[in-house]
Design a protein around this ligand. Structure first.
Ligand SMILES: Nc1ncnc2c1ncn2[C@@H]1O[C@H](COP(=O)(O)OP(=O)(O)O)[C@@H](O)[C@H]1O
Ligand SMILES: [Mg+2]
Length: 301
């Protein structure tokens, strides 16, 4: 199983929207996809389940927090398989595909996990690798062997949970609005990721070392005029391209009318049948990410 994290310590840049559409698009192409919602705001979860479904069926015992907590109580939870849910509305849309889309839901107290892990790290510096490796080890569990790909929607911070996601990932996607302040944050995120991987590798055993996952910026909420990004955004985009982190060539246009309502219906835009240009663009995005993943798999083989 390949693992992709959608990460940016800024909020409101389109992480969740991209995760939902990438997952649904890959599933429509026959991939078996597992989504992990690591943000306590649970936007990804409630993009597929209604808030009452989340509250009644998932929050009591089927969230990623239950898995993290289970580790602390001496492994009360043997297998993470019981945490996986299948959103009904998307399953109906995917009825003719051989792919599937499942999800491990977020918990509204997920930020407590960050606090708990940070406290454990304070008391036990030697546990650094163990604490940052939890998600990577979990995803190797046989409960997940039926999936081709896991997509992790990260919270807008770079705490221990997000670091767990980085350690587990084969690829990082960094959604960004093409404006000065947003792109300015990319460099600092890149630095933090690099520092984290370096520290991890210094502290871990030789056979546990990780490589820094390749990272790609995805420009979202791009404002088009005559099918071209407006000048102000174009110049920011070319500046990023000249910098350290490669941008994907597919960009996602700004389209509140199309993206706004989709989560409430439980079906991402790419499967929903609204917005022809948006759907075409999203399919190109899925193709581009797929070819990166195929390239990464080829290198690993
Ligand atoms: N391409 C887009 N065009 C317009 N609005 C968008 C687009 N992508 C996302 N949005 C909207 O922007 C808001 C934040 O998006 P979201 O995906 O939740 O970002 P994040 O997960 O980074 O916080 C949501 O209201 C969403 O509907
Ligand atoms: Mg989000």
């Amino acid at each position: 199983m390949q693992v992709v994290s959608i990460i940016n310590h800024k909020g409101g840049v389109g992480k969740t929207t991209l995760t939902a559409n990438l997952g649904a698009g890959l599933a429509a192409r026959g991939k078996r996809v597992l989504l992990l919602d690591l943000d306590s705001q649970a936007s990804l979860t409630v993009s597929f389940f209604t808030p009452p479904e989340w509250a009644a069926e998932l929050l009591p015992a089927r969230t990623i927090k239950h898995w993290f907590d289970g580790l602390d109580t001496g492994g009360a939870l043997q297998s993470p398989a019981g945490l996986i849910s299948t959103p009904r509305r998307v399953r109906e849309k995917l009825a003719r595909s051989t792919g599937r889309l499942d999800l491990i839901a977020a918990h509204r107290d997920l930020s407590d996990v960050d606090t708990t892990l940070a406290a454990q790290l304070m008391h036990d510096e030697a546990g650094f690798t163990l604490l940052h490796n939890r998600l990577r080890v979990a995803l190797q569990h046989e409960a997940f062997s039926g999936y081709d790909i896991a997509l992790i929607d990260c919270a807008p911070n770079f705490g221990l949970v997000a670091r767990n996601a980085v350690a587990a990932s084969d690829l990082l996607l960094i959604p960004t609005k093409p404006d000065y302040l947003s792109t300015n944050g990319i460099d600092s995120l890149g630095l933090k990721i690099a520092e984290f991987v370096e520290e991890f590798n210094v502290r871990c055993a030789e056979d546990e070392r990780i490589s820094r996952p390749p990272a790609a910026v995805v420009f979202t909420m791009v404002q088009l005029h005559n099918d071209e990004p407006i000048e102000a955004q174009r110049s920011v985009m070319s500046r990023v391209a000249a910098g350290g982190v490669m941008p994907l060539s597919t960009t996602i246009r700004d389209s509140k009318a199309v993206y706004g309502p989709a989560p409430e219906y439980g079906v991402p835009v790419i499967l929903g049948g609204t917005g022809r240009a948006q759907t075409r663009e999203l399919r190109e995005f899925v193709s581009e990410v797929s070819s990166h993943l195929d390239g990464a798999a080829g290198m690993a083989a």
